[in-house]
Design a protein around this ligand. Structure first.
Ligand code: NAD
Length: 434
């Protein structure tokens, strides 16, 4: 195992520590930006510029509902300074969407794109609505009106939206159609996550899990281990958790526990992932799978294992349970699964954490490939997409690991340092006007 220099983060008062557990995703992103800026000794003007996004657009979306009434929905698009290239980020439909949440996600997307060396900065969009209570036609009218409202600030060279919570290929196709019709030309490079017939990419569905698998592979190499000798516990068995489980299982790893919203299952000899996927298809849950015992979701995180993979929700590893986590390494596939205080505890206990902005960046990386293919009108096969994904994930991991070892900072700070440094370099050569 490689010997690592350790630098302690400054200790905080207990009041401060309590506050850290309650802070929002935006505060967390700003906290790590500030830590990275301090370590990189960024100039004051660069810090001031990079700490905030460039633009927050709020639009009103009047929609005629199926019963003839008109309902107004509030929509958002937040964009970061386009220092490295166009903005990139999803659009979510949810009753709780706020401009603050969208801003936090846009900023996080910037650090994620930058750490991966993509020619993008972050953006995010959303509409405050409850799509579960709307008909398909109502969602289509709302989507097309939202697309028309944000049209002046999006485009293949400006800002490229993608699916997020409760949006998918269908919504992306409507957005491409609406803006292409306004411009009298077909513009597939306008969004990613489209149906393949409109220029969507091979390999997008499993990309985040596949990217996480490559980060896990590099982590194991760094720690002198391999998949065959590794026990893995995965929280969440959706798109990301399932694909991660499948790729690790195929390499001989033992997946000893997984969970979904209904609870967890455990077998210390390892679960058969293809059979478990079939069980999930048949029953709607992982719970009740043959040859497994039931485990509560909160206990699952504390099971004896080598690798823990949070792939469900944010704030799962906290000050409360961080001391009891037995894993040697954590591959963060969910966004923000570890609170700030838990992060500090894990670091002091020597747990290796592959942070979310690196570990779950496989999805945006394949989105980048989709945009590249759309711009060239030349489409890659699945093998080429996977080959390029492996290259991008491995190189990003090595950049972050290098920063971690050279500066004696934990992996999350190292990832932010790599990322912020690249954006800062662009700011320096472009200047404040950008
Ligand atoms: P998904 O909806 O397909 O799956 C989520 C899984 O989490 C489901 O199995 C669900 O049952 C489970 N879950 C929900 N609540 C749970 C709980 N309390 N305890 C245990 N499991 C619970 O979502 P996904 O696309 O797999 O995304 C998972 C995470 O990865 C999210 O945090 C998402 O933001 C993040 N992420 C996803 C992508 C992507 O490309 N899909 C990219 C980056 C980050």
């Amino acid at each position: 195992m490689a010997v690592e220099k350790k630098a302690k983060r400054p200790r905080k008062s207990t009041t401060e520590l309590r506050r850290l557990n309650e802070i929002s995703m935006l505060d967390t992103a700003r906290y790590f930006f500030d830590v990275a800026a301090e370590r990189l000794e960024l100039e004051d003007w660069v810090r001031k510029m990079l700490r905030f996004p460039k633009r927050k657009l709020i639009v009103n979306i009047p929609v005629q509902m199926d019963d003839g009434t008109i309902q107004n929905f509030e929509g958002f698009r937040v964009q970061y300074h386009p220092l490295l290239g166009p903005c990139k980020g999803g659009i979510r439909y949810h009753p709780d969407v706020t401009v603050e949440e969208v801003e936090a996600l846009a900023v996080l997307m910037t650090w994620k794109c930058s750490v991966m060396n993509l020619p993008f900065v972050g953006a995010k969009g959303g509409i405050r609505c409850n799509p579960a209570e709307m008909s398909k036609v109502e969602i289509e009218r709302m989507t097309r009106r939202y697309a028309a409202e944000i049209a002046p600030i999006i485009g293949p060279d400006q800002d490229i939206p993608a699916p997020d919570v409760y949006t998918g290929e269908r919504e992306m196709a409507w957005i491409v159609d609406t803006i292409s019709m306004h411009n009298h030309s077909f513009m597939p490079g306008l969004v990613t996550g489209k149906p393949k017939v409109l220029g969507g990419s091979e390999g997008r569905e499993g990309a985040t899990g596949r990217g996480g698998f490559y980060v896990a592979q590099e982590t194991l190499k760094h720690l002198g281990m391999n998949f065959r000798d590794t026990n893995i516990v995965i929280q969440g068995f959706g798109n990301v958790g399932y694909h991660m489980a499948k790729y690790c299982f195929d390499q001989g790893a033992k997946i000893t526990a997984v969970s979904d919203v209904n609870g967890g299952i455990h077998n210390s000899n390892g679960l058969d992932i293809p059979k478990l996927k079939q069980h999930l298809k048949d029953t709607g849950s992982v719970v009740g799978f043959a040859d497994s015992e039931r485990v509560e979701n909160k206990d699952l995180l504390e099971l004896d294992c080598d690798m823990l993979v949070p792939a469900a929700l944010e704030n799962q590893i906290t000050e409360e349970n961080a001391d009891r986590i037995k894993a040697k390494m954590i591959i963060e596939l969910a966004n923000g699964p570890t609170t700030l205080e838990a992060d500090r505890i894990l670091y002091e206990r020597g747990v290796f954490v592959a942070p979310d902005i690196l570990a779950n960046a496989g999805g945006v990386t394949v989105s980048y490939f989709e945009w590249v293919q759309d711009r060239a009108f030349y489409f890659w096969d699945a093998g080429t997409v996977d080959h390029m994904l492996k290259r991008y994930m491995t190189e990003a991991f090595q950049r972050v690991l290098g920063m971690h070892l050279d500066h004696g900072v934990e992996m999350r700070t190292a990832a932010y340092m790599v990322s912020v440094n690249r954006v800062a370099e662009a700011a320096r050569v472009r200047g404040l006007y950008a």
